[in-house]
Ligand binder design. Structure first.
Ligand code: ASP
Ligand code: MG
Length: 606
């Protein structure tokens, strides 16, 4: 007999009819010989309605009272479902977060789960009941009983945390879409359902998938190895399996990571190749990486900086064994890249550094926590480590440092984030087996809500990035993709570099406001903000074993004459910033080039 946790979202319990349908589905699962724990969201848009009410009374309501208010929505739906089950003759009991004993941090409206007491639920299951638990809520302690909520969309997290605590056989997340799709079907009409995706891929697709699955839920599933399925409550289709390799045993205490960072990773088998002053026109990155891919050289990080005087710098890392080959390709291409429009044409230049290491921090806890990257930069600065390249993705910040400083960097980061380190060998699949038929690209995403900010001519010494991202964090501005360029400009005898990053468009003005005085104080150049950008990304764990994937993406964009303004990568993700007008087209051509299109039209509710 299996124990299954089923979570139903707001639209799945939006009406009495829908609640009865859910009761029917739960009953069927019980009749199949399973024990069932159900986790519910509030009915339909109840929570939005409660937020609106609060805002009519106060523009800045106390967070504690918000939790008192918002947690009521789930209490309605669980009682109704329990009644519906009882009507069908199925014994059931509804329990609030407090009644279960879902203990969280004392952070109102954004609490993380620390532990879940399971005795009461287990007792009820023993008695043959379906237990219906209120999602999204907890309490600060079983004595104080202060009600907390987990943040909007948090009932997915409640469900997966319960599944982990109860060691359930699987956790099913029922929603109003058939599962995880390869792209947003409103922009890409032939997007198709994925049958499977890994937790790591899902986390990198957070901006695509967050509406379907709360990233914190994905992280718990990965950390505790909870088999997770996302499926529609309207059909009997199998949905998408969100898989993870068997994890190391972890204590259930401190269940949701209190640490925003999950681990420090490093790779000392890397070398850096940079192509400086390449013309800023579509096709250059594609040409370069296509040739490198043809030679079966696997590229790891790729970074392209913003353009300046009509030229770009492209820097990338490869394994030590491949660096000569990569250098030869770059050297062969450089002379062909004369910028014909430039009045004083300078030839592109190749630079190679064989003594580098890549150091990264990873973890879903950094989503929405602007202080994490800043803390990494500050930690490295304090340790006297200079960052030569920076590239970030949704759940990872990677820095290229001098190989001799690698150990120092790792020690400092492990201490600062209270985690242990692990080695990544470039070119391997990080020890995780990738099934042979896994497509190299699993899904694509478009983010139209970002602006690009560049800080010019930052003196190249430890501590500068830490200062800039520190003040952004203090202002609570979340930074998305960060890259640090390769080129060194000498300004007044001091070598300088540019750093560019993206932020939510709403935050661009604030970012500029705090950065301008700091840049002046630190002797940097101007702050350039571009709000007319889009970010397109491809994600897939198997791209590690497939040279040429990035090239294929760059070439697809070039064929549409779409210029790439910025490139940032992680092991399993490539993101490009393009101009905003080209965003949707970029998404569509990338989706098509990786054969992600399906033949079945997938309907999603608006
Ligand atoms: N009802 C809460 C919300 O709307 C939690 C959830 O649905 O996951 O955010
Ligand atoms: Mg949801």
């Amino acid at each position: 007999m299996a124990l299954i946790v089923q979570k139903y979202g707001g639209s799945s319990v939006g009406s009495v009819e829908r609640i009865n349908a859910v009761a029917g589905r739960v009953l069927k699962t019980v009749q199949g010989g399973n024990s069932v724990v159900v986790v519910l969201s509030a009915m339909g848009k109840t929570t939005d309605g409660l937020v609106k009410l609060a805002n009519e009374i106060s523009s800045n309501p106390s967070r504690r009272e918000m939790d008192m208010l918002l947690s009521t929505g789930e209490q309605v739906s669980i009682a109704l479902l329990s009644m519906a089950l009882q009507e069908l003759g199925q014994p059931a009991i509804s329990l609030t977060g407090a009644q279960v004993g879902i203990v969280t941090e004392a952070a109102h409206t954004r609490a993380r789960i620390l532990r879940i007491e399971t005795q009461r639920i287990e007792q009820q299951i023993q008695e043959g009941k379906v237990v219906v638990v209120a999602g999204f809520q907890g309490i600060t302690s079983t004595k104080e009983l202060e009600i907390t909520t987990l943040g909007r969309g948090g009932s997915d997290t409640s469900a997966v945390a319960l599944a982990a605590a109860l060691r359930a056989d699987r956790c099913e997340i029922y929603t109003d879409v058939p599962g995880i799709l390869t792209a947003d079907p409103r922009l890409v009409p032939d997007a198709q359902l994925m049958t499977e995706i890994t937790c790591n891929e899902m986390l990198e697709l957070a901006s695509l998938g967050a509406k379907v699955l709360h990233p914190r839920a994905v992280e718990i599933a990965r950390n505790y190895g909870v088999p997770l399925v996302v499926l529609s409550s309207w059909t009997d289709d199998p949905g998408t399996l969100v898989s993870s390799p068997t994890p190391m045993a972890r204590p259930l205490e401190g269940l949701e990571l209190v640490h925003p960072v999950d681990g420090v990773e490093f790779d000392t088998n890397q070398a850096k190749v940079a192509l400086l002053r390449v013309p800023d026109r579509p096709g250059v990155a594609g040409q370069l990486f296509e040739e490198i891919g043809r030679q079966q050289v696997d590229v790891d990080l790729i970074i392209q900086s913003i353009h300046e005087l009509n030229t770009n710098d492209i820097a990338f890392t490869v394994s030590q064994e491949s660096v000569n080959q990569a250098e030869a390709v770059a050297a062969a291409i450089a002379p062909t890249l004369r910028n014909r429009l430039d009045s004083a044409p300078e030839e592109a230049e190749v630079m190679v550094d064989r003594t580098i290491a890549k150091v990264s921090i990873s973890g879903a806890g950094m989503i929405g926590r602007p202080g994490v990257a800043a803390k990494m930069f500050a930690t490295l600065a304090e340790a006297g480590v200079n960052m030569q390249m920076i590239s970030t993705s949704e759940v990872k910040v990677s820095c290229v440092v001098d190989a001799q400083q690698c150990d120092r960097a790792i020690d400092a980061l492990c201490q600062a984030f209270e985690v242990s380190s692990s080695s990544l060998q470039s070119g391997s699949s990080q020890g995780k087996a990738i099934a042979p038929n896994t497509p190299p690209v699993r899904g694509v995403a478009l983010d139209l809500n970002q602006a690009r900010v560049a800080i010019r001519h930052i003196p190249d010494r430890p501590g500068m990035a830490a200062k800039f991202f520190g003040v952004l964090a203090t202002e609570n501005i979340s930074v998305d993709t960060i890259i640090q360029s390769q080129r060194c400009h000498i300004v007044n005898g001091v070598p300088t570099r540019d750093i560019a990053f993206t932020v939510a468009r709403n935050d661009a003005k604030d970012a500029r406001r705090v950065l301008v005085p700091l840049a002046a104080e630190l002797g940097c150049g101007e702050i350039v903000v571009d709000e007319e950008i889009a970010k397109v990304s491809i994600v897939g764990s198997a791209m590690i074993n497939h040279p040429g994937i990035a090239a294929k993406m760059f070439n697809a964009l070039a064929r549409e004459r779409i210029n790439i303004q910025m490139i940032a990568t992680s092991e399993i993700k490539v993101s490009c910033v393009v101009d905003r007008e080209s965003g949707v087209k970029a998404l569509q051509v990338i989706h098509a080039i990786f054969n992600l299109a399906g033949s079945q039209k997938i309907e999603v509710p608006v």
